[in-house]
Design a protein around this ligand. Structure first.
Ligand code: NAP
Length: 502
């Protein structure tokens, strides 16, 4: 990259810093809290700003405001809510560079990837603007003479949303946009590592015309915020994206108030390469899927199974590609792999590599902390070792473990042996095999000859311990709607009513 390109990246970094907003949004007001949390740049390991630690009373204020704002928001014409969502989408497009830079600063992903996430996040805003205009109900014939039934689709009510740090923008719009489209108000708690993207998006939502109280953003300690959200009878639903363990705790906490739930939890995705696959494509897509966000994504392949006949050829090509990946800070020219979010994440990755080697696996490239220090880890390829480790635990880092298999039955059993069931991938040129395996895999999503499949049109979600509910797509809005049945006793005919059925 030339000098102009380098200084453009530095200018973007400054633009991102300028978008840091150190107040939370409570009931339409920007407020301080009772103390502050530090937010770090994972690449430089420096503090980039502070977010307020809200008190339980401030969270209660936001919940009350969401409840008070609900009738007018739910009662607004669907086309008006759609127009506000479209305006929000335009503003996100307007500020895409700054939002991308801000996301890089707090998450550590390379700027180009972070800017791509803003575009992906905005897909949901635009998609659900359209869905708001299609909240059709149903007109249902009745077995009771003279009656007809009208199925109205109405918003579930004010909702709580809790989101993780690995997609600081997309995980928010994937919940908030369908909620707004349906007519729900939202109290959001973003991850403490990445609160600034959420606050910046909320500021744009207000600018777009989202009324005060319809959207509040709670920053601070989950131990203070989550109990208020889960126990409040005013909130009718919780949508959570995060780890399976926390998902279980939240589900239990929501039981007394019988909240509707969406649980987007962890994964340990299998990626299967059959002997009839396009090898180059399979390698390229494995790298794309695995190394986005330094391997810290719930859908990335956690374990790769390759048919014995092509095993060596696959490993050779994969290793060459992975060894060539450029590790760097988000605003460094050409950076492809950023740091891990924190040292705990780095230690987990290191532990997975060490346990693989201890159990007979080999490191083909990488395998250690990166020489630039801090939270950077070398992009790594592992050959063999203990396959059960990678079906039981998410590595959440830039490590791809590869294992050989012989038969279709064997590899389906391996893929399904995990308690998780979020994403899965298979590479084959044989349509019959593709359909057989796709049907047999226990996962919410199957990618066939692709390593990336997240977009607004795709129903995103898991089965088994990866949770339930679907986000994005024509199904995503259902999570925020309930059906009301209105029975209409109609005087169709003027004659006497027939006797009721016995
Ligand atoms: P996490 O620890 O479960 O945290 C997620 C969110 O929950 C954060 O906002 C966090 O707040 C909050 N939280 C943490 N402990 C809590 C508790 N005891 N009670 C209430 N809230 C609590 O997960 P993470 O480490 O941020 O994210 C990584 C996980 O998310 C991985 O397992 C990944 O697979 C999963 N994920 C799933 C999807 C999907 O769509 N299925 C998408 C992305 C990520 P603080 O930040 O303040 O602790």
């Amino acid at each position: 990259m030339d000098e102009a390109g380098v200084s453009k990246l530095q200018a973007l970094k400054v633009q991102g810093e300028g978008m840091i907003r150190e107040q939370a949004l409570v009931a339409g007001d920007w407020v301080d809290g009772q103390g502050r949390i530090e937010v770090e740049d994972p690449a430089e390991e420096t503090v980039i700003g502070h977010a307020p630690k809200l008190s339980a009373a401030q969270v209660e204020t936001a919940v009350k405001a969401a409840s008070d704002a609900f009738p007018a928001w739910a009662g607004m014409r669907e086309f008006e809510r759609a127009a506000i969502l479209r305006r929000w989408g335009e503003l996100i497009d307007r500020d895409i560079d700054g939002l991308g830079a801000l996301l890089s600063l707090e998450n550590g992903k390379p700027f180009a990837e972070a800017r791509g996430e803003i575009g992906y996040a905005n897909q949901f805003v635009k998609w659900f603007a359209g869905e708001a205009e299609r909240l059709n109900g149903a007109w249902i014939p009745s077995p009771t003479a003279h009656d007809r039934i009208l199925a109205m689709r109405q918003p579930v009510g004010p909702v709580a949303a809790i989101t993780p740090w690995n997609f600081p923008a997309a995980m928010i719009t994937r919940k908030v946009a369908p909620a707004f489209a349906a007519g729900c108000t939202v109290v959001l708690k973003p991850a403490s590592a990445t609160p600034f993207s959420a606050l910046a998006l909320a500021a744009l939502a207000l600018e777009a015309g989202v009324p005060p109280g319809v959207f509040s953003v709670m920053t601070g300690e989950s131990g203070v915020i989550a109990p208020v959200l889960t126990s409040s009878p005013l909130l009718r639903k919780l949508s959570f994206t995060g780890s399976t363990g926390v998902g279980r705790e939240l589900m239990a906490a929501c039981a007394p108030t019988l909240k509707r739930l969406s649980m987007e939890l962890g994964g340990a995705a299998p990626l299967i390469v059959f002997e009839d696959a396009d090898l180059e494509l399979a390698v390229a897509e494995t790298v794309k899927g695995k190394f986005r966000c330094a391997g810290q994504t719930c859908v990335c392949p956690n374990r790769v199974y390759v048919h014995v006949d092509i095993y060596d050829a696959f490993l050779e090509r994969l290793t060459a590609r992975v060894a060539a990946l450029k590790v760097g800070a988000p605003f460094e020219p050409g950076a492809e792999i950023g740091p891990l979010i924190d040292l705990k994440g780095l230690e987990k990755v290191e532990d997975h590599v060490q346990r693989t080697v201890a159990r007979g696996g080999r490191v083909l490239t990488g395998g250690e902390r990166h020489e630039r220090g801090g939270r950077f880890f070398q992009p790594t390829v592992l050959d063999g070792g203990d396959e059960t480790l990678f079906r039981d635990e998410e590595t959440f880092g830039p490590v791809v473990p590869v294992f050989p298999f012989r038969t279709e039955e064997e590899v389906i059993a391996l893929a399904n042996a995990s308690e998780f069931g979020l994403a899965s991938y298979l590479f084959s040129e044989n349509l019959n095999r593709v359909m057989r395996v796709a049907a047999a895999i226990e996962a919410g999503m199957v990618g066939v000859n692709v390593g990336l499949m997240s977009n607004a049109a795709n129903p995103f979600g898991g089965v088994k311990q990866s949770g339930f509910g679907r986000e994005g797509s024509i199904y995503g809005i259902e999570e925020y709607l309930q059906v009301k049945a209105v029975t209409l006793g109609l005087r169709w005919a003027m004659g006497p009513k027939p006797a009721p059925p016995v």
